[in-house]
Design a binder for this molecule. Structure first.
Ligand code: SIN
Length: 298
């Protein structure tokens, strides 16, 4: 097992060459040292997705641990747990045959202003196999674009629309919705297409399932480019897959990845708790200085 020697406080084991790491030996429920949070944040900035094994949270401890990473981002869509506005419980029973929530490539709440910066999903009880979550890196997706494509996208602003988000969520019968369809369908938010993460200076391609068009262009005009970027971002070499265990806390750097829940565990129970941490207003990346449209990036 290849352990990353840059981390001393806990073991960090990379999942793939693109993104993702497993963490062993961190106890977020009981270790309240701010240095632990700082170290997990450092790993999250580096790997974008962390599967932190062996956590033992009750709801109160989960809430406390999450809030050490920052204030709640808000979630206008889902009915939260009683007494905990920042936590939503996702339950799937063995007999359920309706939609698995999140079973398509997406970014959580991408149409919010700003979108959540970190998503945390705690697996209290998960199937013995199946129900994995797949992730793809939008940093890798950006890097693999040609200089000409980067330059063209640099000038574009994406319109991210919540239209259809209500219907997708309404298909999951156990999920309470706290907003009406008309109101949600009307929400739109602009984000630059090529963004810069403020604390790391990393560039990423802000594409997801709710990117409907580019500012100043129609949906029909935008569609071929949006479709190209979406499929480009899903290349298998940009991906990792988290296999759950009871007590895994998976955290992801929400604007820098897309994720998809796999619907392959009928007959098994899966109980997870999601919370989110406030993010940042998306920042347009300045042009790269080390490439030209006639050559490869340096
Ligand atoms: C989500 O899309 O936020 C849920 C992912 C999962 O349940 O694996």
């Amino acid at each position: 097992m290849a352990r990353d020697p840059a981390y001393q406080r806990f073991d960090v084991i990379p999942l793939t060459g693109a993104l993702g790491a497993e963490i062993r030996g961190a106890d977020l429920a009981n270790d309240r040292d701010p240095a632990l949070v700082a170290e997990v944040r450092r790993a999250l900035d580096q790997y974008l997705v962390l599967a932190i094994r062996g956590q033992k949270f009750d709801v109160q401890r989960y809430h406390e641990a999450a809030r050490r990473f920052g204030p709640f981002s808000g979630n206008p869509v889902h009915v939260p747990l009683d007494g905990y506005d920042d936590i939503v419980k996702f339950v799937r029973e063995p007999s359920d045959t309706d939609n698995v929530i999140g079973d398509h490539w997406h970014m959580d709440l991408a149409w919010m202003d700003p979108p959540p910066g970190i998503v945390m999903l705690y697996g209290e009880s998960v199937p013995p196999y199946g129900g994995d979550t797949c992730f793809t890196s939008l940093v890798q997706a950006y890097k693999a674009l040609s200089p000409g494509m980067k330059e063209m996208l640099q000038r574009l602003t994406g319109i991210h629309s919540a239209r259809g988000v209500y219907s997708i969520n309404a298909k999951s019968k156990r999920l309470g919705l706290s907003i009406d369809q008309e109101k949600l369908d009307a929400v739109e938010k602009e984000h630059p297409v090529i963004c810069l993460q403020p604390n790391t200076g990393r560039r990423y391609l802000l594409v997801n399932s709710v990117l409907t068009r580019f500012k100043g262009m129609t949906e029909a005009e935008s569609k071929p480019i949006v479709d190209y970027l979406f499929h480009h971002a899903l290349r298998s070499e940009f991906q990792c897959r988290v296999r759950w265990e009871d007590g895994t806390l998976t955290m992801w750097n929400n604007p820098l990845v897309m994720h998809s829940a796999i619907d392959d565990y009928r007959g098994f129970r899966r109980v997870t708790y999601r919370t989110t941490v406030e993010g940042w207003a998306q920042i347009a990346a300045p042009p790269e200085t080390n490439h030209s449209v006639t050559g490869q990036a340096a």
